[in-house]
Design a protein around this ligand. Structure first.
Ligand code: ADP
Ligand code: MG
Length: 351
C-alpha cells in the first residue's frame, strides 16, 4: 500500500493562503498528474508531499502512515526537478550514487543499485562520463536515475521536461511512461502542459488558484469537463466559447447565425456554448472569413472570424485546408456542444 492521501491540505505563507483545503486520493501504482496554469499551486502541493514545504493544516498520508510532520528523508519519496543540477566533477555513476553514499549505504549496495538504474534508463554506456559530455535528455535521465537508486515508494516529478527542446520532450515523455509501466511505482507528476498531462496520466488533477477544479482520467476530462475552466484547459487547440441565448428548441448563436438544437433552461437565458475545434466542420457558406490557416500536414487549424469579431478555430484534415481569405460556414453537431453558465462557468446539462 504505497498510495498517497491528501486530507483537507492547506498551505499559508504568512497570511497568504495558496492551497485551500485539497482532498485527493492517489492509488498505489498510479501516475497522477497535477496540471494547471502557472502559480496555481502545483509545485507547492508536490513539495508538501515531499516534505520540502511545511503543511499548514490538514493531513498527508503515504503508504498508510501519517507523514504530515515527518522529515523528507523519512517519507520514502524521491523528487526529480526541472533543473537537474548534476555535480559536474562527478561521473554519471557517481552522480547517481551520491545520495546513497551520503546516507551511508555500503559500496557494493550502491554499485548494484546504480547498475540496475542505469540498465532501466539505458545509461550503461555512459556511467563513466561526466555530465558535460551528455545531451540534455541523458542528463535528465541521470537525474531520474538519482531518484530510482533510492528505491522510493513514491516518485515526485516537478516539470522534469520543461528545459528540454520539443523533440526531446516528446521522447522523454514516452520514456517516463515506459518507466512507470516497467516499475509500477506510484508517481506524482507536475506539468503546466496539458498534452503531457493527457498522454502520461492515469489520473489528472486540474488545479486553479490553490483548489482542485476536477479529477479524472484524461479522456473523462476531455469528454466530460465539469466546468468552463477545465473544458478550456484540456484539449488542443482549446475549446471555442461562443455567447448564446436559450430559445425554444435550442441555443441561438448570433455570431454564427445558427441555432444549436440542444435544449437548456438557464435562469436568465444567457448560455456560453463550448465547441471543440475537432467537433466542427467547414461547410460551404459566406458567414465567416478564414483568417489564418495553420496546416500541420495531417490536420489543419483554420482560424475563422465572424462579422461581429467572434473568433473560432476549426480542425480539418490537412488536405481539406481552405485558403486564407475564403468564406465558409461551420457545421455544428449538437451532441458535441457543451453548455456553460456564462457567469460562474458551471456546466449546464439538459433541460
Ligand atoms: N515562498 C513563498 N512565499 C510566498 N508565496 C509563495 C512562495 N512560494 C510560492 N508562493 C505562491 O504560491 C502560489 C503557488 O505557487 P507554485 O506552487 O509555485 O505554483 P505552480 O507550481 O503551479 O506554478 C503562487 O501564487 C506563488 O506566488
Ligand atoms: Mg511550479
Amino acid at each position: 500500500m504505497t498510495g498517497v492521501s491528501l486530507e483537507r491540505v492547506i498551505k499559508r505563507y504568512g497570511t497568504t493562503q495558496v492551497i485551500h483545503g485539497v482532498d485527493l486520493e492517489i492509488a498505489e501504482g498510479e501516475l497522477c498528474v497535477f496540471v494547471g496554469p502557472s502559480g496555481c499551486g502545483k509545485s507547492t502541493l508536490l513539495r508538501m508531499i515531499a516534505g520540502l514545504e511545511e503543511t499548514t493544516d490538514g493531513r498527508i498520508v503515504i503508504a498508510g502512515a501519517d507523514v504530515t510532520r515527518a522529515d523528507p528523508a523519512e517519507r520514502g519519496v524521491a523528487m526529480v526537478f526541472q533543473t537537474y543540477a548534476l555535480y559536474p566533477h562527478m561521473t554519471v555513476g557517481e552522480n547517481m550514487g551520491f545520495g546513497l553514499k551520503m546516507t551511508g549505504h555500503p559500496r557494493e549496495e550502491i554499485a548494484r543499485r546504480v547498475k540496475e538504474a542505469a540498465r532501466v534508463l539505458q545509461l550503461e554506456p555512459y556511467l563513466a562520463r561526466k555530465p558535460k559530455a551528455l545531451s540534455g535528455g541523458q542528463r535528465q535521465r541521470v537525474a531520474i536515475g538519482r531518484a530510482i537508486v533510492r528505491h522510493p515508494s513514491v516518485f515526485l516529478f516537478d516539470e522534469p521536461l520543461s528545459n528540454l527542446d520539443a523533440e526531446l520532450r516528446v521522447e522523454m515523455r514516452v520514456e517516463i511512461a515506459r518507466l512507470h509501466k516497467s516499475m509500477g511505482a506510484t508517481m506524482v507528476y507536475v506539468t503546466h502542459d496539458q498534452v503531457e498531462a493527457m498522454t502520461l496520466a492515469d489520473k489528472i488533477v486540474v488545479l486553479r488558484a490553490g483548489r482542485i477544479e476536477q479529477v479524472g482520467a484524461p479522456i473523462a476530462l476531455y469528454e466530460d469537463p465539469g466546468n468552463r475552466f477545465v473544458a478550456g484547459f484540456i484539449g488542443s487547440p482549446s475549446m471555442n466559447f461562443l455567447e448564446g441565448r436559450a430559445e425554444a428548441g435550442g441555443v441561438a448563436l448570433p455570431a454564427l447565425g445558427q441555432v444549436v438544437a440542444t435544449p437548456v433552461r438557464p435562469p436568465d437565458g444567457a448560455v456560453t456554448v463550448g465547441l471543440r475545434p475537432q467537433d466542427l466542420t467547414l461547410v460551404p457558406g459566406e458567414g465567416l472569413g478564414v483568417d489564418i490557416v495553420e496546416n500541420l500536414g495531417s490536420v489543419c487549424h483554420v482560424h475563422c472570424q465572424a462579422p461581429d469579431g467572434t473568433r473560432l478555430v476549426v480542425e480539418t484534415r490537412g488536405v481539406d485546408a481552405p485558403r486564407s481569405g475564403a468564406r465558409v460556414d461551420v457545421g455544428i453537431d449538437p451532441a458535441r456542444a457543451y453548455l456553460f453558465d456564462p457567469h460562474g462557468g458551471a456546466r449546464l446539462r439538459g433541460p
